[in-house]
Design a protein around this ligand. Sequence first.
Ligand SMILES: C[S@@+](CC[C@H](N)C(=O)[O-])C[C@H]1O[C@@H](n2cnc3c(N)ncnc32)[C@H](O)[C@@H]1O
Length: 244
Amino acid sequence: MIRQEDVSIELKNAEPLQYGREEYLKFHEEISSKEREITVLFQEKPVFDIMVPKGVFNPYGGIAAQAFVSGVLNEQINAEGKRTLDLGCGCGIIGLSCILKGSTNVVFSDLHPNVTAISNHPLFREQDRVTVQDLCATEQDGAYDLAFMPFPSRSIDRPIASDSYEMGILRNDDLVFRGIEQVGRVLASGGEFVFFYRVFNDRFPLYLEVTSQLAKYFDLTTVKLLWYIGEAKGHGLLLSVKKY
Ligand SMILES: C[S@@+](CC[C@H](N)C(=O)[O-])C[C@H]1O[C@@H](n2cnc3c(N)ncnc32)[C@H](O)[C@@H]1O
């Protein structure tokens, strides 16, 4: 199992925040209200800094980004030599970790318009690309060996504005089904899909529906539970599965 606690995120030059993570929406509204620089640490040593643009999901205080990054940096998720898609990239924390671990190229993709700032990061190379689009709609079939998607946690039934902080934390469940289909299309045969999503206890059937959707594109005998968190109202799952 991935050691999520190996990765921590610090806010640089932090002034006190008014809201804590228990007030999830307010916390994210406040933390995304302006650009803020973070430091990513692995086993307590700083690895890189990132400026999280205004409105873009800030992984400070969260859990999922740490689990993905821990998996990449400790090589339980093998990024070396892979054509990598960081889908729902936000500030780019997962893809930048893959660059450090030798991915051949990384495409950072997100619908939030402010993510383009990733191309200014010192780790970003000529062969990497950042693109604003719905999921990976304009990417070619079979173009990737490794794809990540940290699906936003909370499920809602209304539209979300693409330039709002809500994009990082709220999802229509349709996004999960569309995401699986799109990643199933852009991964090459044998390619690996690593994703995080939360299932709430009152929506448990969704887990079964998601599994059925995965079965259309992925070999379910290869599913790995990389990390898991049990919470009062549900469960967070970091899963990996290979394309047929
Ligand atoms: C939980 S955040 C994760 C951000 C970043 N990967 C991290 O770990 O810090 C989910 C990301 O998915 C993006 N997203 C939501 N819906 C999307 C869509 N339809 N197409 C592309 N990206 C989307 C959000 O803008 C947000 O950046």
